[in-house]
Structure formats: structure tokens, C-alpha cells
Design a protein around this ligand. Structure first.
Ligand SMILES: Nc1ncnc2c1ncn2[C@@H]1O[C@H](COP(=O)(O)OP(=O)(O)OP(=O)(O)O)[C@@H](O)[C@H]1O
Ligand SMILES: [Mg+2]
Length: 284
């Protein structure tokens, strides 16, 4: 038997009933891709192409119209603690403090752990995102950036096998975003969890990911390419721009978004059923 990848997405399709009876609007189709354990994957594509829908299907919160998702060789159906989700809107429990929000999640994951261990574990993750000083504050007393840090700490603290993030920094200003990106790298380098993240920011994708999946425009959107980010870790925002591959990768992504994503969409380009996205490696 051949070795399977940690996550295997096969022939995924999402469609909705069309205007007239019997018709369907195909959002995306033939989505085939694999993710290895510990990989950090970003997905980029124009608004409406179906990124969040794919993420929600991986989370078990939405159903595919066709196709299969396997994690560790087992078909994914419904939500599970093994797949953690971080949304843009934080979704913290407003009546609980920062620490209590994490403790709540950690206790749900490991109900048999003694209280001290749960608290120590929770505090550790909060310190990784620089929130030691805000343990006793309620979400309403935190800034947007701090709330998103709590969400990140909470998601990582329960150590799900797969972390799904839907534009987690979309609502943050550029400076805060930069700081949290580096905290995310720190927390991820420690945990080596597998991450599937949606972003609209090409620089963010290059900074964070091992590979970037490029989605063509809908309807009939497809996962067209998988771009390898050939810049070694540890990466810092201020350093990676000097790496010879940085602008090659960046130009490729921008060119895809501006020029090529619409040509690759539609029924005309047939990515056939089992075809994987084209691998692009621009390493010098
Ligand atoms: N219930 C529905 N009926 C019909 N179409 C729908 C329904 N829900 C979503 N869609 C369509 O599915 C498409 C994909 O939506 P999705 O939210 O996955 O896009 P996205 O790539 O995440 O976009 P964005 O970057 O704006 O977040 C959109 O074009 C949307 O209009
Ligand atoms: Mg979306």
C-alpha cells in the first residue's frame, strides 16, 4: 500500500442550485491537493472563489457537493477537536477572562488533567503571544489585536492535528499584524502543527508558509498551482525581502492574481479529475 499524506483532498467540489430548476452554480471543482504533517499552507485567491468554503469543509462545518477529504487516511466528516478553527472575528467567550478562555478549551481537550497543569499549560501559550500581563481581562477590555492573540493561543493550546485559519489578521492594522505574524511563527515553530490558512496578503503568505496554493477565479474555480516558498526559516519580515527568491515568488503571486487567475477559471480549463495542482519552485 502506498504511503498516504497527512491530509488528502480528492476531487472536491461545491455547487449551489442555480436560478433555473435543475441548474447548478459550480463554485469550485476538481480540487485535489495533499498536505504533509507539519506543513504551513496558505491559500490565496480572489474574493468569492471558494476559499472559506474549502476551509469550512475541512473543518467539517460545511458539506462538499462531491469529493473526499482524508486526514490520516480516515475520511473527515463533521467537526472534531482534532481540527481547530480560528476565524476573523475571534469568537471568545465574553464572560470569561483571557486565561479562562484558554483554560476552558484546554480542559475540554484533556478533562483528566489536574487543574495546575491546565493553568500552567494555558499560561505558557498566552506567554508565547505576549499576553502574560492580560490574563485577568475580559475580551471587551482587550484590543482587536489582543483578542486575536487569545484566539491563536487558544487554538494552539489544544494542539489540534490541523489548524484552520480564515484570514485571521484581516481586521488588524499593519503594525499589529506584523507583530502577530511573528508570534504566530514562534508558536508554530514550537508546535509544528499543520496549518491551513487563508489570506489576501501575498507578503504574509510568503513570510508564513511552506507552500502557497493559488486558486483561480470562480465560478468553476480550481486550485491551479502550488508555489513552494524556497526561503529558509527562521524567517523575519525585515530579512526575507533581501532573499534572492523573495521578489521572484512575490511577482509570481501578484501576476497570478492580476493576470492569470481569470484565464484559468471557467469550464474551458479542465483540470482533470485526479490532477494535482502544478508545482512551482522558483528557487535560485
Ligand atoms: N448559500 C449559498 N448559495 C449560493 N451561493 C453561495 C452560498 N454561499 C456561498 N455562496 C457563494 O460561494 C462562493 C464562495 O464563497 P466563499 O465564502 O468560500 O469565498 P471566499 O473565497 O472565501 O471569498 P472571500 O475572499 O471574499 O472571503 C461565493 O461566490 C458565494 O457567493
Ligand atoms: Mg472567505
Amino acid at each position: 500500500m502506498s504511503k498516504h499524506s497527512f491530509l488528502e483532498i480528492q476531487g472536491l467540489k461545491k455547487s449551489y442550485p442555480g436560478q433555473t430548476k435543475g441548474e447548478e452554480t459550480v463554485i469550485f471543482e476538481h480540487a485535489n491537493f495533499n498536505i504533509e504533517k507539519g506543513e504551513f499552507i496558505c491559500v490565496i485567491g480572489h474574493s468569492g472563489c471558494g476559499k472559506s468554503t474549502i476551509l469550512n469543509i475541512l473543518a467539517g462545518l460545511d458539506e462538499a457537493s462531491d469529493g473526499l477529504v482524508f486526514m490520516n487516511g480516515k475520511e473527515v466528516s463533521g467537526p472534531s477537536l482534532e481540527r481547530g478553527v480560528i476565524f476573523q472575528n475571534y469568537s471568545l467567550l465574553p464572560w470569561k477572562t483571557t486565561l479562562e478562555n484558554i483554560v476552558f478549551a484546554v480542559r475540554a481537550k484533556w478533562p483528566h488533567w489536574p487543574k495546575e497543569k491546565i493553568i500552567e499549560h494555558s499560561k505558557h501559550y498566552l506567554s508565547l503571544v505576549g499576553l502574560d500581563h492580560a490574563l485577568d481581562r475580559k475580551p471587551a477590555q482587550l484590543s482587536g489585536g489582543m483578542r486575536q492573540r487569545v484566539s491563536i493561543a487558544r487554538a494552539f493550546s489544544t494542539q489540534p492535528e490541523l489548524l484552520l485559519m480564515d484570514e485571521p489578521f484581516g481586521a488588524l492594522d499593519a503594525l499589529t499584524r506584523g507583530v502577530i505574524q511573528e508570534e504566530l511563527i514562534k508558536i508554530w515553530s514550537e508546535s509544528k502543527q499543520t496549518v491551513f490558512m487563508i489570506t489576501h496578503d501575498v507578503d504574509e503568505a510568503i513570510l508564513l508558509s511552506d507552500r502557497i496554493l493559488l486558486m483561480s477565479n470562480g465560478p468553476h474555480a480550481q486550485i491551479a498551482e502550488s508555489v513552494t516558498v524556497s526561503i529558509p526559516r527562521q524567517r523575519k519580515r525585515t530579512d526575507i525581502i533581501h532573499h534572492p527568491d523573495y521578489y521572484k515568488i512575490r511577482n509570481h503571486l501578484v501576476d497570478f492574481l492580476i493576470n492569470r487567475s481569470k484565464d484559468l477559471s471557467g469550464v474551458a480549463t479542465q483540470v482533470t479529475a485526479g490532477q494535482q495542482p502544478k508545482t512551482i519552485n522558483l528557487a535560485s
